[in-house]
Design a protein around this ligand. Structure first.
Ligand code: ADP
Ligand code: MG
Length: 226
């Protein structure tokens, strides 16, 4: 079991009170499985990913990443866990403008202190896996939106994460390219063995998911009402 949220409650300050963004949310994602999360805007989907990514600490509940209960970690411990076991893909590919596709991936491995000799091969292998082996030398402005999102996904996998968290990766893409990105995520989940959580607003993307859950007002229901 690679990712587990157990009765997670998260509130944000809201005027004089608190807004409950996640209300007793429990979710388990095994290695090699993809869970899709759907729900209206403002329902708590990104908050769920932020908690799973250890970027935000919940008020109550447990977050277990690759067997590690994150409650026992300090800030540095969480950062190390994130770097070594979690891949994150945000809505907008936040690539560094001056780096080539290959360098975007290499930077991740260097930050994690990986030996440089193996890094280039792994980066090229991942670019190949996302269909961009022939674009390795291009910078972000020389790539299409769909290609940038593929680089983003390959970069998230660079440090062999146990957990892959993906927030609405297709919102900037047309339907066809969006569907191709989701198919790629499904395939990579199988081949790389990640526990993947995919937040999506497009119900057409749910076909490849092992499980689909719906979030409404911070509460999680399953199965999704498609
Ligand atoms: P979704 O991703 O489903 O659109 P979010 O998780 O972003 O939903 O937001 C859930 C609720 O929490 C919303 O009401 C949103 O306004 C609120 N919220 C999100 N982030 C913050 C924050 N940093 N501070 C205060 N409220 C927030
Ligand atoms: Mg969101």
């Amino acid at each position: 079991m690679s990712l587990a949220l157990e009765a997670v409650t998260l509130t944000y300050p809201d005027g004089d009170g608190r807004l409950t963004a996640l209300d007793e949310v429990s979710l388990t994602v095994p290695a090699g499985r993809l869970t899709a999360v759907v729900g209206p805007s403002g329902s708590g989907k990104s908050s769920l990913l932020a908690v799973a990514a250890t970027l935000v600490t919940p008020d109550r509940g447990r977050v277990v990443v690759a067997g590690t209960d994150t409650a026992g970690l300090d800030r540095a411990g969480r950062a190390a866990l994130r770097r070594d076991t979690i891949g994150i893909v945000f809505q907008q590919p936040n690539l560094l403008p001056s780096l080539t596709a290959l360098e975007q991936l290499q930077v991740m491995a260097h930050l994690a202190g990986r030996p440089p000799a193996s890094v280039r091969d792994r980066a090229m292998g991942l670019l190949d896996a996302v269909g961009l082996a022939d674009r390795a030398g291009r910078r972000p402005h020389q790539l299409s939106g769909g290609q940038r999102q593929r680089v983003n996904i390959a970069r998230a996998l660079m440090n062999e994460p146990a957990v892959l968290l993906v927030d609405e990766p297709t919102s900037a893409l047309d339907h066809e390219r969006g569907a191709a990105v989701v198919a790629l995520l499904t395939e990579l989940t199988r081949t790389r063995g990640t526990a993947t959580v995919l937040v999506t607003h497009d119900h057409a993307h749910l076909a490849g998911a092992d499980e689909t859950v719906t979030v409404h007002d911070g509460r999680l229901t399953r199965p999704a009402t498609v």
